[in-house]
Design a protein around this ligand. Structure first.
Ligand code: BEZ
Length: 386
């Protein structure tokens, strides 16, 4: 009797092993993105892009069906640790994908590092994620805050601007974007004379615009995104400053926002790893598929979501769908060339994209490419020990 029981157990175990090897269950992806607040539209574009790639692969990555668990992170860093833990412990997700806001992403990276959960960041640029917090299981499909800032610092100095004022939200993304700009601008002979900040996500800019008018810089560099970017560009124009002091920025200032900004955005130059007029066969195909699926035009956030799914697919394919094989998953991504609509890119040792940063200019409803501000720009990954 006992022998039969053991025999049955062994047979069941064998059957389930065989079943897993031949038809593994679903991979659960925890989408932790903003669905409310100033970054809500960014979250939607990322999710759309991610789903588009998964749909193009017939709903499977690495041979396993993808199942989504969604959570609105509200771009609120104070809730981020609990939210990430909920997805991992309560919902048993295999992979975390998120988010937009740098403060929330840093909390997610800490939880991912502590628990060993795979994390793919499809936007937030927090330098620390691929700096001091870098880890074998943490990847980014987007950028570091330093990258577009640094590229614009060089471009602004090249244009001959000498004196700049910066203005942004007071949190990691704004501060790090300004730091990148300042590093390159001052290295190339410019000087940042004022660093103006408003708390996130405030959009009361009037007092600071008055300060800018008084200090008369050659150029204003800014980081704003989403709803805040729309309001800032409109306020800058209606204050009369647009006619006298050029406004430049990290490309989020005019990405996914042009319908709402209208003529007030015309002519603004920004730096970013994507533009609306790349015209490559890869980007054209992506834009067509996105427009067909979602009845709207894609933006940089959609591209980053799409590429996050591509990266997950590359990793899962390498490990045959077995998410526990973290070292093999990482090794596959470290040697991959990711076929992005932005142009192919590779990952740095710290798992951040090494990519071209375009100089763009708003023309009508598009961010048109003016040139490449910085070729194959790699984040310095300061503090990363891997
Ligand atoms: C950030 O918080 O890192 C961020 C948010 C929106 C656009 C770009 C960066």
């Amino acid at each position: 009797m006992k022998k039969t029981y053991i025999g049955m157990f062994a047979a069941t175990a064998l059957a389930s092993t065989v079943t897993f090897a031949q038809a593994p269950g679903k991979v659960k992806v925890g989408l932790m993105l903003p669905a409310t607040g100033t970054y809500a539209a960014l979250g939607t574009a990322i999710e759309n892009g991610f789903r588009l790639y998964v749909d193009e692969q017939g709903g499977k990555l690495g041979g396993r069906e993808i199942e989504f668990v969604k959570l609105d992170d509200e771009s609120d860093p104070s809730k981020a640790t609990d939210n990430a833990k909920k997805l991992i412990k309560r919902d048993n997700v295999d992979v975390l994908v998120g988010t937009v806001h740098s403060g929330v992403a840093m909390a997610m990276a800490k939880v991912a590092k502590d628990t060993g959960t795979l994390l793919i960041v499809p936007n937030a640029g927090a330098d620390a994620v691929t700096g001091p917090m870098c880890a074998q299981n943490i990847f980014r499909s987007s950028f570091s805050n330093w990258q577009p800032g640094f590229a614009m610092g060089e471009a602004a100095a090249k244009k001959g601007y000498k004196k700049a004022v910066t203005i942004t939200w007071k949190y990691a993304a704004g501060q790090e974007s300004i730091n990148g700009f300042k590093e390159a601008f001052e290295k190339n002979g410019g000087k940042v004379t004022d660093d103006l900040q408003v708390p996130f996500p405030n959009v009361e800019f009037q007092a600071l615009l008055t300060q800018i008018a008084a200090s008369k810089p050659d150029v204003v560099y800014t980081f704003f995104a989403g709803g805040g970017a729309v309001k800032f560009v409109k306020d800058y124009a209606s204050s009369g400053l647009k006619a006298t002091i050029p406004l430049v920025g990290a490309g989020f200032l005019t990405d996914g926002t042009l319908d709402a900004q209208g003529a007030d955005a015309e002519g603004i130059q920004t730096t970013l790893h994507y533009a609306d007029s790349l015209g490559t066969p890869r980007d054209n195909a992506f834009r067509l598929a996105y427009a067909k699926a979602f009845k709207s035009q894609p933006d940089v956030y959609a591209v980053q979501g799409y590429d996050a799914a591509q990266m997950l697919g590359i990793g899962l394919t390498a490990v045959n769908g077995d998410v526990s094989k973290k070292a093999e998953f990482a090794a596959a991504l470290e040697k991959a060339k990711i076929d992005s609509p932005r142009g192919a890119f590779t990952l740095s040792k710290a798992h951040n994209p090494i990519q071209d940063i375009y100089l763009r200019q708003v023309s009508g409803k598009e961010n048109k490419v003016v040139g490449i501000a910085s070729k194959a720009l790699a984040d310095p990954a300061r503090g990363c020990r891997m």
